[in-house]
Every structure is written in structure tokens, then in C-alpha cells.
Design a protein. Structure first.
Length: 121
């Protein structure tokens, strides 16, 4: 991505918790924002709290934080490889508007999506 990233990718194959590996894969494959955490928890017979606790033990992040991280990684790729508008990229990745996309991007990358595109494309 770039040297400004503040987080590390979580390698899926480095966990011994197979259920959490499957949750990680589900979140990585999602293209439309964060899947319902309650729905994922229910799918694996866990409470919302149990899922959050186990997921955080494995990744150091909550499922919601992890999902945003994945979406920002996808945004970085789109910003480098396409000329699509920031609004389109944000909507595609499940952000409610460009402002929310820009705020989350800046929080994690220490620059706006526009600055990132200018620097890395």
C-alpha cells in the first residue's frame, strides 16, 4: 500500500481458532461494508460479545474495526489502480457517504483519499 499504514495485515493462517479464521475470511470477502456481526455470531452459535472477544484475541481488533481496515485496504488499491470518483469508491465499499469514507481513511492512513491517490498513483 504505502508506508503510512498504521496497522498490519492479519495473516489468516496464523490462528488456531478455525471459527475465527472463517469469520476473518467472511469479512475479507465482503464487498459491501460490514456484514451484520449479530448474524455472523448467530451463524457460529456465539453471542455478539463472545464473537467480539474471540475475534479480538485472534486479531487485536473487533470485527467492526477489522472490516473497516479491510475496506480501507481495498480503497487504497482502487485509488491506485482506477480514476473512479472518491464517492463511487466509498459507496462501493459500504461507506454511507464520501464524508464517512474520508474520515475513516484519514484516521487509518493519516491522509485523505485524494492525497493518497496523488501520492501513490
Amino acid at each position: 500500500m504505502g508506508t503510512v499504514q498504521k496497522y498490519e495485515k492479519v495473516p489468516v493462517n496464523h490462528t488456531r481458532d478455525k471459527e475465527m479464521e472463517m469469520v476473518i475470511e467472511k469479512l475479507q470477502e465482503s464487498n459491501e461494508g460490514t456484514p451484520s456481526i449479530a448474524m455472523i455470531a448467530n451463524q457460529y452459535g456465539l453471542s455478539h460479545r463472545q464473537l467480539n472477544r474471540r475475534f479480538k484475541e485472534v486479531t487485536g481488533l473487533t470485527p467492526q474495526q477489522f472490516s473497516v481496515q479491510i475496506r480501507i485496504e481495498k480503497a487504497c488499491k482502487s485509488l491506485k489502480e482506477s480514476n473512479r470518483s472518491l464517492t463511487d469508491i466509498g459507496y462501493e465499499l459500504g461507506f454511507c457517504d464520501q464524508s464517512a469514507f474520508t474520515a475513516q481513511f484519514r484516521k487509518r492512513m493519516s491522509m485523505t483519499p485524494r492525497q493518497y491517490r496523488k501520492q501513490y498513483s
